[in-house]
Every structure is written in structure tokens, then in C-alpha cells.
Design a protein around this ligand. Structure first.
Ligand code: HEC
Ligand code: HEC
Length: 359
């Protein structure tokens, strides 16, 4: 190739690499087009159905009382509606149960982003002492003892072997299908002005303008795949219930945080990176379906969207360096809230509870 056409080739290559649909730009909202896929876990209807069965199966917990759907309740937007999530009997959880709707858009899972795929995530709650408290070797044998599961595993994976990894693949496959449908914001972003009421359109202008929300909540998922220390107040449950504090110490301990015994706050992302800049930083959560998933923040301290808006308007918690006070008027706060509710709520998500095999 002559030198100057090689130069042209490089220019074209460079131009192409710019135009490949890449990560979303800050400030720029994008309508839903297609869900991200995992090459290692291609979706099939049979795998999704198997994942759904496992999701609703109480065998996954140590005492047989809890399934994933005990805390991720379909009618509550796959949350449990509690400030601090539900728990294994006699223990307490320490963080808010996040929605599983649109969870496929995240690059980092959990409030502190300690896991990077749904496939890797799925076994954690099963093992967690304060969630399902189940033994993985044992649950494999329990599932293996159910003939219907054997034939389903065979159909999905080619042989009836029940392994924890296959259970995780199926659970992840099911969760990859939990995506909101027919969201007004998507229609609006594709050019249908009428998809939003005039007040919601004002709220959209604040979201992308004066409110600076789209600095962190952008793209299709309304996330930036980053962590920010907004200095959200600590949960009052930490002082009220010693079991919540016990769980906090336990999690800090297994994450090798030396001062775990004296820990009085949730260190957030710091537990993962041990980088002081990540102290109390939490992942930017999706805002899709936000009207269905109260209470809010990693610890559920805000009961309503209005409380979240007031917190952000004040510039976040004392001492944070992420947010500036916004000076929103009463009317602006109201239209922002109307936008969050009206524009981001999709069709009612109706999930048929599957018939989990008895034996
Ligand atoms: C006892 C209540 C409870 C049960 C049971 C439970 N979860 Fe969760 N789930 C939570 C809480 C609380 C978190 C947030 C934990 C954190 O961030 O530290 C969470 C986080 C998640 C996340 C990450 C979501 C996100 O936004 O990052 C996924 C995915 C998930 N759970 C799936 C499952 C699956 C699959 C099961 C069943 C195998 C399950 N959960 C069982 C309470 C529960
Ligand atoms: C600097 C980045 C940043 C900016 C700017 C920002 N957010 Fe957030 N937002 C976050 C993070 C991080 C959280 C999670 C905090 C936590 O869990 O403690 C969050 C949480 C939320 C929640 C609660 C979500 C849930 O499921 O609990 C809502 C609602 C929200 N933001 C709306 C907004 C609105 C509206 C604006 C503009 C006024 C805004 N955010 C500006 C980063 C940001």
C-alpha cells in the first residue's frame, strides 16, 4: 500500500472507530434500542424459563423460606419496598434492595459495584449469611433431586448436570429480560413531543439543564457507570438495631477493612478499592421505573422522590465535593418530579409466578 493511501486508510480507520456506537456521552440521554448481551451467556427461551423457576424457588435459601422474589418482588418493581432490605430469619440486612428492572444496563452491580456481571452476581445472595444463607454444594444436590429440573437442565445445557455455574447462568438469563417496556422518555427522545406532558417537558429541561442531573444520569440506563460520594445521611437503623451494625461489621471484615470493629458508617466503594477517594461513594443508579422503587438511595433513607430532589437541590450532604446547590424554585422541583414519574415509568410489568416443582 503506497504511503499516502496508507495514511488515508488510517484516517478512515480512525473515523470508523469514532463512529462505532460507543459509550454514551455525559449529558446525553438515549432512547432504548437494544439490551446489552453477554457472549458467554446466550439467551434461549428455555434458559430464561429455567432462570425464572430458580428465581422463585425457596430451595435456594438455607431454611427453605426465601426465594430471590422474597426481596425482589415483581409487584414492587422487583424491590421489597423497605428502607433496609429484608433478611434471613434472625439477621438484618444493611442496604436497600435495588430493583432488578433494567439491571442489564449496569457495568457494575451492587451499590458499591463489587461485581461486574449478572452471571457472577447470582450466587452471592444464595451464600450470604444475612440473605439466603444457603450452602452451594447442598443446593446443587437439592435441585438435582427434582426430576423436572433434571430434564430442564438437560434441555438448556445438553446434559442434566446441575452445577452452581449453570444455575447462575440461568438466573442471569432471566434477569437480562427484566427491561421496562414502552417508556414515554424513549418515545420522546425518538422525536414524539406529545409523549410527555408540558410539565414533564419542563422537568426534562431541568434534568438536562439547570438541575445538572444528566451529568451523572445519562445514556439509555440513565447511569454513568461511576461512583460518587454525595454524603447521603447514614441510615437511622444503624443506631436503632445492633443487628444492622453487626452486618456492617461482618461485610467490612470479609472485605478486609481493618477498622471493621469501630466502623460507624457505610464505606461504600472504598470497601472494594481501598482508595480514600472512594470513601462513601456509591454507584449511580438507574432512574428508569424510579416511581415504583421507593424508598431511595443505597440505604433507603429517603422515602419519596421529593426528599431526594430537596437533598440534591441543597447540594447533597455536608462536606461532599460532587454537587453544588441548585437553587430550584418550588415549581421547578415539581416539574422535575413530574418528569421522573411520568417520563420514566413504563408499562405495568406483569410477571406470572411460575409453578415451582414440588419434588
Ligand atoms: C434478603 C433479601 C434478598 C434476597 C433474598 C436476594 N436479594 Fe438481591 N439484593 C438484595 C440487596 C439488599 C441488594 C443490594 C446489596 C448491596 O448492594 O450491597 C441486592 C442486590 C442484587 C443485585 C444487584 C442489583 C444492582 O442494582 O446492582 C442483583 C442482580 C440481585 N440482587 C439479584 C438477586 C438474585 C438473583 C437473588 C436470588 C438468587 C437475590 N438477589 C436474592 C436483597 C436480596
Ligand atoms: C454527581 C453525580 C450525580 C448527579 C449530578 C445527580 N445524581 Fe442522582 N444519584 C447519584 C448517585 C451516586 C446516587 C446514589 C446515591 C446513594 O445510593 O447513596 C443517585 C441517586 C439518585 C436517586 C435515587 C435512586 C434510587 O433508586 O435510589 C434519584 C431519584 C436521583 N439520583 C435523581 C437525580 C436527579 C433528579 C438529579 C438532578 C437534580 C441527580 N440525581 C443528580 C449521582 C448523581
Amino acid at each position: 500500500m503506497p504511503a499516502n493511501s496508507f495514511g488515508k486508510f488510517l484516517v478512515i480507520l480512525f473515523a470508523c472507530s469514532i463512529w462505532v456506537p460507543g459509550p454514551a456521552r455525559a449529558g446525553h440521554l438515549e432512547p432504548f434500542k437494544k439490551a446489552p448481551e453477554a457472549a458467554s451467556n446466550p439467551l434461549t427461551p428455555e434458559k430464561i424459563d429455567l432462570g425464572r423457576l430458580l428465581f422463585f424457588d425457596r430451595r435456594l435459601s438455607g431454611d427453605g423460606t426465601m426465594s430471590c422474589a422474597t426481596c425482589h418482588i415483581p409487584e414492587l418493581g422487583f424491590t421489597d419496598g423497605q428502607a433496609i432490605g429484608l433478611n434471613y430469619p434472625t439477621t438484618r440486612n444493611w442496604r436497600n434492595t435495588p430493583t432488578l428492572l433494567n439491571v442489564v444496563f449496569y457495568r457494575f452491580l451492587f451499590h458499591d459495584g463489587r461485581v461486574t456481571s449478572l452471571e457472577d452476581q447470582a450466587l452471592f445472595p444464595i451464600m450470604s449469611a444475612f440473605e439466603m444463607n444457603q450452602n452451594l454444594d447442598f443446593v446443587e444436590e437439592e435441585i438435582r433431586s427434582v426430576p423436572e429440573y433434571l430434564s430442564r437442565f438437560e434441555k438448556v445445557f445438553g446434559d442434566p448436570d446441575v452445577t452452581r455455574d449453570r444455575m447462575a447462568l440461568a438466573l442471569a438469563a432471566y434477569q437480562r429480560t427484566l427491561i421496562s417496556k414502552n417508556v414515554p422518555l424513549d418515545r420522546f427522545l425518538k422525536g414524539d413531543q406529545q409523549a410527555l406532558s408540558p410539565v414533564a417537558r419542563e422537568g426534562f429541561a431541568i434534568f438536562t439543564g439547570k438541575g445538572n442531573c444528566a451529568k451523572c444520569h445519562f445514556g439509555t440506563g440513565l447511569i454513568d457507570n461511576e461512583f460518587h460520594a454525595l454524603h447521603v445521611p447514614e441510615s437511622p437503623e444503624f443506631d436503632r438495631d445492633p443487628r444492622v451494625a453487626a452486618t456492617r461489621r461482618f461485610v467490612a471484615k470479609i472485605n478486609h477493612y481493618e477498622g471493621f470493629r469501630d466502623l460507624a458508617e457505610d464505606p461504600g466503594r472504598y470497601l472494594v478499592t481501598k482508595d480514600r477517594r472512594d470513601w462513601k461513594a456509591f454507584r449511580t443508579p438507574t432512574l428508569r421505573e424510579i416511581s415504583r422503587t421507593a424508598p431511595y438511595m443505597h440505604n433507603g433513607v429517603f422515602a419519596t422522590l421529593r426528599e431526594v430532589i430537596d437533598f440534591l437541590d441543597a447540594g447533597g450532604g455536608p462536606g461532599n465535593s460532587e454537587l453544588d446547590p441548585l437553587g430550584l424554585s418550588e415549581e421547578e422541583k415539581k416539574s422535575l418530579e413530574v418528569f421522573l414519574v411520568e417520563a420514566l415509568t413504563g408499562e405495568e410489568f406483569s410477571e406470572e409466578y411460575p409453578k415451582v416443582p414440588d419434588e
